[in-house]
Design a protein around this ligand. Structure first.
Ligand code: ADP
Length: 416
């Protein structure tokens, strides 16, 4: 029987397409469920099942009535809850709704980590309606202010003193009051979390959890310092250049975090920091790495991360999967300033850099672009492979240096 997999996604972006391609390769039947089509009937012609993320229970019932599924996969954080509810109703292995809810709320996650004895920074959350000057009085400086439920570092800001704190708080409040956030109607978006700043180098770990046990697929070093005031992701390179001992420490920390959160089955993407006191897990998301970044990973016989995840979702044993390249990496091309994206020069030169496999510009001409902390996207992605992590990093930097972006200053709207 052809394996049938339910893919729950918020948008029909790159990742959804990557899963559709992977399913085709594998000969799996992939059924998409998304909330972007409950008004129009099948507007994208992909026969997606319409669900409403703001109404998880009725969405679960809709999905449970769709017949047999052998596995479920969620793309991005928000769909994980419906994926978990549907999996429970369908009786297929996945994470519990409670576990994915913890992953999606930075306050709940921190509480679980603390209870499990994992190192955590000083942390507390306050309602966005609080007076920031009062909150600043008991903030540990330097600290990081963050929304509880956004991702891709959107709204995450470091503050070194009360003045910066008040400014950051108000900026985050404005983000949480924008229509694209309000429309999600999520309880956690009414709070801001304050955490003491954890200094150190940063890493991310991509993995698969099976029956609660973590299998590490890749440890990425993030060679650019992430010291704030905003935390822009740029370069990810694997394998890690850290010693075997340090890598064990990183993996052990993520393993404990996975247990603390109660994750049971499916992909994870973890972010963590390392300093003299040890490894500090920032978060574990119950989903694969975002954007186009998964393209940086290639497994045995050229298998993509999406193929691996689909196989795992239907219960295949993928425990022997290994990365096939000696080293690989991706650069998420940061947005240097806000404005109207007008174009880029130098893509050909960047693509010709030895080791660079692909330069993908995702910004569209005429698109309004916003840098962090308000924005949460990139201009594009550069992918490189090579014999060594240092070579891959150098290739990514060299390619980025070839790119010249044209961004026009957006004219302010004059209100009369
Ligand atoms: P998101 O889910 O939006 O990525 P995170 O909580 O992972 O939010 O934070 C984004 C980035 O901000 C992290 O990758 C890290 O660089 C930085 N950061 C977050 N919290 C802290 C902290 N307590 N100390 C130091 N850096 C932090």
């Amino acid at each position: 029987m052809v394996p049938r997999v339910l893919l729950v996604a918020a948008t029909t972006g790159y990742q959804t397409r990557a899963f559709a391609d992977a399913a085709r390769q594998l000969g799996f039947d992939l059924v998409l469920a998304t909330d972007r089509c409950h008004v129009l009937k099948d507007p994208w012609g992909d026969h997606a099942i319409p669900v409403r993320f703001e109404d998880p229970v009725s969405s679960r019932d809709t999905l449970a009535a769709e017949g047999r599924f052998d596995g479920v996969v969620a793309v991005a954080d928000r769909p994980t809850l419906i994926a978990a509810l549907a999996a429970e109703a369908l009786g297929i292995p996945y994470n519990s709704p409670a576990a994915v809810a913890r992953c999606r709320d930075k306050y709940l996650a921190r509480q679980r980590f603390q209870a499990a004895g994992l190192p955590v920074p000083e942390f507390f959350r306050v309602a966005i309606t609080e007076n920031p000057a009062d909150v600043a009085d008991h903030a540990p400086f330097p600290c990081v202010l963050k929304p509880l439920g956004l991702s891709a570092s959107r709204g995450v800001i470091r503050a070194n003193n009360a003045e910066e704190f008040v400014e950051a708080f108000e900026r985050i409040r404005t983000i949480l009051e924008t229509s694209d956030v309000l429309i999600l109607r999520e309880e956690q978006n009414r709070f801001i979390q304050i955490e003491s700043f954890i200094e150190g180098r940063e890493f991310s770990i991509e993995g698969l959890v099976t029956a609660g046990e973590l299998q590490v697929l890749a440890i990425f070093d993030k060679p650019d310092p992430l010291d704030g005031p905003v935390f822009e992701e740029t370069i990810y390179v694997t394998p890690s250049r850290e010693s075997a001992e340090t890598q064990t420490l990183l993996v052990e920390a993520v393993n404990r975090a996975v247990h603390a959160l109660g994750l049971a089955h499916g992909p994870i993407h973890a972010e963590l920091r390392l300093n003299r006191q040890g490894a500090w897990v920032l978060e574990v998301a119950a989903r694969p790495i975002g954007g186009l970044c998964a393209r940086a990973l290639r497994f045995d016989a050229g298998m993509s991360l999406e193929e691996l995840i689909l196989r795992h979702a239907v219960g295949e044993d993928v425990s022997a999967a290994q990365l096939s390249d000696p080293a690989s990496g991706v650069m998420m091309i940061p947005i240097p300033k806000g404005g109207l994206y007008e174009g880029v020069e130098g893509v050909e030169q960047a693509s010709a850099v030895a080791g660079v496999e692909e330069v993908v510009i995702t910004a569209k001409e005429g698109q309004k672009i916003l840098p962090l902390p308000e924005g949460a996207s990139y201009l594009g992605f550069i992918f490189a492979r090579g014999d060594s992590p240092a070579g891959v990093e150098a290739a990514l930097r060299q390619a980025h240096g070839c790119l010249k972006f044209e961004i026009a200053t957006a004219l302010p709207v004059i209100r009369r």
